[in-house]
Design a protein around this ligand. Structure first.
Ligand SMILES: NC(=O)c1ccc[n+]([C@@H]2O[C@H](COP(=O)([O-])OP(=O)(O)OC[C@H]3O[C@@H](n4cnc5c(N)ncnc54)[C@H](OP(=O)(O)O)[C@@H]3O)[C@@H](O)[C@H]2O)c1
Length: 314
């Protein structure tokens, strides 16, 4: 199969490209950087140097690759560092989820590609009411914290645009929180270091539920979605949604750090904002039943317990 991967050099792309090549597919990876284009070619892929925000450049790059499937893994999260400024820090990612999606859909349509598979997120976007573990049929948060609004709008735009694109079968993969090599929760990653320094406290009761996914399971689920030709929304998460108060001390212990500190919500609010408190105390996890059933996919790390112990590094 011929595929065009936008975001081929990011956390997902670095695991997905080699997996797809090993499976015998022809891959064109997009990047803005000549150096990274060289790395893609050295790995056995073809490379397209283009800016996702430049529609003409994307249309030309996708047309040249003539793929059956276009894969959208564009974000701009490498520099994310300040939870209090979440809205500002997500502006560039939101642009890739709006304008970037519009450009990729147009390019896919113009090139005659049949399908588009795009990255979305399972976690705080789900409504903070009802069950603690959400399926793809559950509603998204109708009243998100103010600093989450622009990002949720961009996520909804991406999902709607991909799912309704004329002439294209669209699949939206709502990934859980990434961990593992090349992510900020992997060996050498910045959040592991923050946890090691005890600068990632539990603020409030830590009842917010998070669903994790190892980065290699992100890659295998994405390849399964590409190969199966499914359309619709899929949660790509592990089997064990868990509250912050459970996974954070376990992760700290797994990396040999002291347990996280506990801070009451009123004291922590100025540090992480209302949206941060939501993540800590109200977020919902997600179910992977549909992905397992319809993609024929099983995560290698079904449990973050095992993944945090043995899967953080290469
Ligand atoms: N669900 C989750 O938990 C989740 C989801 C996403 C990311 N993250 C985390 O965020 C951190 C950063 O993610 P990342 O390593 O994937 O890096 P990133 O900086 O978010 O970049 C992702 C990819 O998008 C491409 N890209 C961005 N803007 C582009 C543009 N205008 N034109 C063409 N390509 C563009 C980049 O390509 P070039 O730079 O080569 O051009 C790169 O391949 C990681 O720690 C990751 O784990 C977490």
């Amino acid at each position: 199969m011929r595929m065009f991967i936008a975001g081929a050099t990011g956390a997902v792309g670095r695991r997905l490209v080699p997996l797809a090549l090993r499976a015998g597919h022809r891959v064109t990876g997009m990047t803005r950087s000549e150096d990274k284009a060289g790395e893609l070619r050295a790995a056995g892929a073809e490379a397209a140097v283009a800016d996702a925000l430049d529609r003409a450049a994307v249309v030309t790059a996708v047309a040249k690759a003539a793929p059956e499937v276009v894969v959208h893994q564009l974000t701009a999260l490498s520099l994310f560092s300040n939870m209090r400024r979440f809205d500002r820090e997500f502006e560039a990612t939101n642009l890739r989820r709006t304008q970037g999606t519009t450009n990729l859909v147009a390019a896919a349509q113009a090139s005659g590609a049949r399908r588009l598979v795009a990255q979305s997120f399972a976690g705080w976007p789900y409504a903070r009411t009802g069950g603690l573990v959400k399926t793809e049929d559950d509603e998204l948060d109708p009243d998100p914290a103010v600093k989450f609004r622009g990002t949720l709008e961009a996520i909804c735009y991406l999902e709607h645009t991909v799912l309704t694109a004329e002439g294209i079968e669209g699949a939206v993969l709502r990934y859980g929180w990434f961990y593992g090599p090349g992510t900020s929760l992997g060996a050498g990653g910045k959040y592991l270091e923050v946890i090691r320094r005890r600068q990632f406290p539990i603020i409030g009761d830590g009842t917010g539920v998070w669903s994790f996914i190892h980065i290699d399971d992100v890659a295998s689920a994405t390849l399964a979605a590409i190969e199966r030709g499914v359309a619709g929304v899929y949660n790509i998460v592990d089997d064990e949604p868990a509250p912050v108060a459970e996974w954070l001390p376990f992760l700290a212990s797994a990396i040999g750090a002291a347990p996280p500190r506990h801070i009451p919500a009123w004291l922590g609010r100025p540090l992480i904002g209302e949206h941060g408190l939501m993540l800590m105390n109200e977020a919902r996890g997600a179910s992977n039943s549909k992905a397992k059933r319809e993609l024929g996919w099983q995560p290698r790390y079904a449990s973050w317990h095992e993944g945090f112990r043995t899967g953080l590094g290469d």
